[in-house]
Design a protein around this ligand. Structure first.
Ligand SMILES: Nc1ncnc2c1ncn2[C@@H]1O[C@H](COP(=O)(O)OP(=O)(O)O)[C@@H](O)[C@H]1O
Ligand SMILES: [Mg+2]
Length: 271
């Protein structure tokens, strides 16, 4: 089964969209097939890959419980389910309860050979974020190294714990310190706290970097707008770290059919 990863933090402005878009692009650059799903009615992930949308088609798919609308992007290997303001209505239509399982059903019906699906969530624990958690096995949490940022992490842990009662596969796999400014003392205090709370799960840091602030305006991931930059280096490193340490973004190994590997009776006899 393909990996489905939710990028979640209940706080806004911490780097969720930047992380979802740029990790997806880095994995695609490494030869994986990736589907980026924008589940935020603000449509920021769609804008970041130059595919603005009204969100109508995504809302339609959820209302009819059919396959999600998928569009290609300028990054080879990276496809997108775009979102936009009309998706806001989903919050009213599918109020709490089983409504948040509709998205999983749409995703299952979406045909495509992706190694990994990465979902950019809105900054709240609403029906859309819950829909994403219901459809995922993995959660990654971008965290801004600030005092209030830590508060958001605790809320995240309890939100994931409560979602686990309905989706036992769900697990927080990684914490990604974003917009990091290691020259500030608070940065190191927060890093220590994160290491204590999530031993082995804290990834290398993403520095605050102008290349990452500028890329959305060009409608492309940073590896295309500033191929050699701190922003590109940081996200490439974290994408490799996630693959190596928590097995995320790994290429699907083709299932070997016994026909392909077993020698025929004649071959055995001739040995
Ligand atoms: N590492 C970074 N360095 C500089 N700017 C960043 C960085 N990460 C995010 N930003 C900028 O900060 C703002 C909020 O980031 P975003 O990824 O949209 O957060 P969220 O999705 O959590 O609301 C955006 O303008 C984005 O370009
Ligand atoms: Mg966002």
């Amino acid at each position: 089964m393909k990996q489905v990863v939710s990028v979640v933090n209940l706080k806004g402005g911490v780097g969720k969209t930047t992380t979802a878009v740029n990790l997806a692009a880095c994995w695609a650059e490494q030869g994986k097939k990736v589907l980026l799903v924008d589940l935020d009615p603000q449509g920021s992930a769609s804008i970041c890959v130059g595919r603005m949308s009204t969100g109508r088609r995504l809302l339609d798919a959820m209302q009819k419980i059919i396959a999600l609308p998928v569009v290609p992007t300028d990054v080879t290997g990276l496809d997108l389910v775009p979102s936009g303001p009309e998706l806001v209505t989903a919050r009213q239509i599918f109020i709490d309860g089983p409504g948040d399982e509709i998205f999983s059903s749409c995703l299952r019906q979406t045909a495509g050979e992706w190694d990994c699906v990465i979902i950019d969530c809105p900054p709240s624990l609403d029906m859309l974020t819950m829909s994403s958690l219901m459809a995922s096995q993995h959660v990654i949490v971008p965290v801004e190294a600030s005092f209030l940022g830590m508060n958001g992490v605790r809320q995240m842990v309890s939100a994931v714990e409560s979602a686990k009662s309905r989706n036992p596969e769900l697990e927080i796999r990684a914490i990604i310190p974003c917009r990091a400014q290691p020259r500030r003392r608070i940065h190191w205090e927060i890093m220590d706290r994160l290491d204590e709370m999530f031993p082995g799960k804290v990834s290398p840091i993403i520095h605050e970097n102008v290349s990452l602030a500028e890329a959305p305006g060009r409608g492309k991931p940073v590896i295309l707008t500033a191929r050699i930059s701190r922003g590109s280096d940081d996200y490439r490193l974290v994408s490799l770290w996630l693959a190596e340490h928590v097995g995320l973004g790994e290429k699907k190994t083709p299932e070997l059919s016994t026909e392909d590997v077993s020698p025929s009776l004649e071959e055995v006899n001739s040995l």
